[in-house]
Ligand binder design. Structure first.
Ligand SMILES: [Zn+2]
Length: 132
């Protein structure tokens, strides 16, 4: 089952790549013993610091995507420190806050946490009109 979370992580990493940021290395290691969870590790390419990513296996795919996006976002912000502490950048408030992963209908999106307006589909950041 861990192959599935790797695929979801890869989906979110499209946004990391399209933002010109360095992607983490994914390690397909199920570290979470909870039978309800699927899990993997992401490691910095720069050093060996890793972060666990885990999501409940019985959630709908879009909810899993939102949860994984949230965890990858945490890693990106941690990894890039003050330079990219607002990734993904909110188009309406670029200096105030990053966007937040949210579920809108049955789709995972990046949205402004204040306006709640979606700016992009998760995995489709910076790709105008592309179907992610
Ligand atoms: Zn905003």
């Amino acid at each position: 089952m861990t192959a599935k979370i790797v695929e979801i992580i890869r989906h979110v990493l499209r946004d990391v790549r399209s933002s010109g940021l360095e992607e983490p290395r994914i390690e397909d290691t199920a570290w979470n013993d909870d039978p309800q969870a699927i899990s993997a590790m992401i490691y910095s390419a720069r050093d060996s610091s890793g972060q666990g990513v885990s999501v409940r296996r019985d959630l709908p795919r879009a909810e899993q995507l939102v949860s994984v996006a949230d965890q990858v976002q945490e890693w990106v912000i941690e990894e890039n420190g003050p330079i990219n502490s607002n990734w993904p950048q909110c188009p309406w408030h670029p200096n105030n806050h990053p966007m937040a992963a949210r579920l809108v209908g049955d789709q995972g999106v990046w949205a402004c946490p204040v306006l709640l307006t979606p700016a992009a589909i998760i995995g489709g950041l910076g790709v105008n009109g592309a179907d992610a």
